[in-house]
Design a protein around this ligand. Sequence first.
Ligand code: SAM
Length: 297
Amino acid sequence: MGKASRDKRDIYYRKAKEEGWRARSAFKLLQLDEAFDIFRGVQHVVDLCAAPGSWSQVLSRRLYLPAMQSGRQDAAPKIVAVDLQPMAPIEGVTQLQGDITSDRTAQEVIAHFDGHHADLVVSDGAPDVTGLHDMDEFVQAQLILAAMTIVTHVLRPGGTFIAKVFRGKEISLLYAQLKVFFPEVTVAKPKSSRNSSIEAFVVCQRYTPPPDFQPSHLQRLLQGAAAAQEACMFASPSTRLLVPFVACGDLSGWDADRSYDLPAEGYVTLNPVQPPTAPAYKEALERAKFANSGAKT
Ligand code: SAM
């Protein structure tokens, strides 16, 4: 699909370039904030699975830059972003390249906060989707549970965790697992997330680990919660755990599933704000270049 044609078919892709966001996902975080006021009072925040960085840009623009511009450098919030992929720099964001499923990454995040806990952890992580919904849902849920390792190490009691989920058949198991740590779990669908996609976001509020919780208890607690929910559903499917659903963003605003005509005159197709720093196709291009140069000599 050409850039102009994508501009027409994907209004949030077009708007992202106009507003300087690296990805259209920025609007999802902004719309989650409109509904849940997630940035209020936040001083320490972790952005998991952050590349190419549009959520980190939102955090920088909403939290870090206002503090710097008002001369409150000392009070500027700390933002740590983690991804497997490298990411071009963003003002006020410390980047860690690592795997969120590894304990080492959790330790590195903690080290960056000098003993402080995070008020907010966000995760927009997604594995490479296969199109097989059950498989994609399972792998996505595993990524969220990996994020929970970091959450239970860094989040302060009362803090908020937001993560992308794929709403499939087994989603109640994940809700049951999150409910062990968060009394308030809501599933939210921002207007910028296509209705045709099973993607949504869990907004988990008021982090309350069980009494005497140690991070080493995490796997046992998560497995226990999933097994208990599975047993209930096996006995009676009507015991499926449900959580409140919130549609967020201006509901009369831009529709992610609709095509919008481009302005008839003077329309300029913008380039993406930040080309990928290490795209998967880079090696293939280099090999092809090498092969072509060999063929010419
Ligand atoms: N929130 C980002 C933004 O606004 O630009 C977009 C995130 S993108 C949809 C998903 C990211 O998850 C990819 O950059 C991928 O590298 C990352 N990811 C997937 N599995 C990961 C893992 N195990 N550890 C760290 N990052 C991971």
